[in-house]
Design a binder for this molecule. Structure first.
Ligand code: CA
Ligand code: CA
Length: 149
């Protein structure tokens, strides 16, 4: 038996680990887009994770309407993959939430009870089964990319 396939596989795995290969859960199509939820828990960074989403042809989730915001919450509930970080942030001005990728004001924010509380200055936003929560950027978690078809 030739060892060549094994060496090839090892080579691919090595390249993948060097490049920080990221794996995702991918949703069914919703309208003209799909959602990719990272499988690993990592320290969240808006720029880094948004660039990861760009590599998929998308950006960190930014709900365009009430239905999409509701869908994202249902999605977290249905899959059990939440909470996941989004592209919503108020890092530039406290309470002024905007979409990191577009730099436009964020709308359709479906907060959990008593959120956002900006607890010790939380400036990133994650989605739970029960709604949105502001949380510290840089803490460990998953993130969700929105990828147009
Ligand atoms: Ca804040
Ligand atoms: Ca909070």
């Amino acid at each position: 038996m030739s060892l060549l396939p094994i060496f090839l596989l090892l080579g691919i795995l090595m390249i993948a680990s060097v490049q920080g290969y990221v794996s995702y859960h991918v949703s069914d199509a919703y309208g003209n887009r799909r959602y990719h939820v990272s499988k690993e828990f990592e320290n969240f960074d808006l720029e880094k994770m948004n660039n990861r989403c760009k590599q998929l042809g998308g950006y960190l989730l930014q709900p365009d309407d009430r239905q999409e915001a509701a869908y994202a919450i249902t999605y977290a509930k249905r899959t059990g993959w939440g909470p996941f970080f989004t592209g919503i942030t108020d890092q530039k001005s406290e309470g002024g939430f905007y979409y990191y990728n577009d730099n436009k004001p964020a709308r359709f924010l479906v907060w959990q009870w008593f959120q956002p509380d900006n607890w010790y200055n939380e400036d990133c936003v994650e989605i739970w089964n029960t709604g949105f929560n502001d949380r510290h950027c840089g803490t460990r978690g998953r993130y969700i990319c929105e990828v147009p078809a």
